[in-house]
Design a protein around this ligand. Structure first.
Ligand SMILES: [Zn+2]
Length: 313
């Protein structure tokens, strides 16, 4: 009875102490599992395992969402899947081209598992992953990155509905948001949304590859889904209402930086003018918020200059 109640609540913790080679895993809905990332920036202590990954067990196969930060992480995700079900992995989906999400691909490719992502993710991986791999190696150390090689996805996805292993999956790609290739995944049977890094919880978003106006637009179609459980790219499990804070952070950031820009302030001056106390307790605020202010400042400046350019034509 108590198990059924916990399962109904959707937060049944299968194993707090993972068996050797596997990772802690939570059953979050019928046949849907979360492998929580560590709430931190990539560092030797966490081996780069800082993003949420997960999997859906279908009738005759498993769909895995994101492959982790390196070959060893991908192997650990596969071992975790095998500890839960004997069904084969039918498909790996990469939500976007950030190294912590895709550099475990080689472990899946070694088993002949097809890998799917948006066309923009594949292009970005081809362009950036060599640098990303070296950069992540500097953050987590060479030992954690051992055997890691860049494996591009072999299947292209867009916004569409697909039946995979008996599950009806809604894939959503609304253009350039957190990155150019964001793909969110909604599982109709469970009502679970894997949002990728379009949604952060309790952490300041990384904007290095972002178009913040596009990101805000990308959140809109997610709000229209009948979400019962939200898996953010980073941070704890949530519900539909937890889509909101990421959007609020981006909107307030854009508003404050635009005001500083209009007042003729420099990008450096804008940092002090765009403090956002509502979010100052989020992980990474001290490290990233100032950089995010500068990123948005240059977006606004670029749009302004482009607008002037058009007006002159
Ligand atoms: Zn990301």
């Amino acid at each position: 009875m108590s198990c059924r109640l916990l399962a109904a609540a959707g937060f049944l913790l299968l194993s707090l102490t993972a068996a050797a080679g596997t990772l802690p895993v939570q059953r979050i809905a019928d046949d849907v599992y979360l492998i929580p990332g560590v709430v931190a920036d990539a560092a030797p202590a966490n081996r780069g395992r800082v993003v949420n990954t997960g999997f859906i067990v279908g009738t005759d196969g498993v769909i895995v969402v994101d492959s982790g930060a390196n070959h060893g992480h991908g192997e650990a995700i596969l071992a975790t899947v095998a500890s839960v079900t004997g069904k084969p992995v039918a498909l790996l989906i990469n939500t976007h081209p950030h190294p912590q999400n895709v550099l475990g691909n080689s472990a899946f490719a070694a088993r002949g598992i097809p890998i799917m992502a948006t066309a923009a993710t594949i292009v970005a991986m081809r362009t950036r992953c060599p640098d990303c791999l070296r950069s992540l190696e500097r953050s987590v150390g060479a030992e954690a990155m051992a055997a890691t090689r860049i494996q591009l996805p072999d299947l292209v996805a867009g916004s569409e509905v697909r039946q995979v292993a008996g599950r009806r999956l809604t894939l959503l790609h609304a253009g350039h948001g957190h990155t150019e290739g964001d793909l969110a995944l909604f599982d109709a049977a469970s009502g679970v949304l894997f949002a990728g890094d379009l949604v952060y919880r309790g952490q300041v978003p990384h904007l290095s590859e972002s178009d913040t106006a596009g990101w805000l637009a990308s959140l809109q179609p997610l709000r229209d889904l009948p979400i019962r459980t939200l898996v953010p790219g980073r941070g704890p499990l949530g519900a539909a209402a937890d889509l909101a804070p990421t959007g609020r952070y981006l909107a307030q950031l854009r508003q404050r930086v635009a005001a500083a820009y209009r007042d003729g302030r420099s990008a450096d001056e804008a940092i002090a003018l765009a403090e956002l106390p509502e979010f100052s307790a989020w992980q990474g605020y001290a490290e990233r918020h100032g950089r995010n202010v500068q990123h948005v400042y240059f977006e606004i400046e670029r749009d302004d200059l482009n607008g002037r350019g058009k007006a002159r034509q």
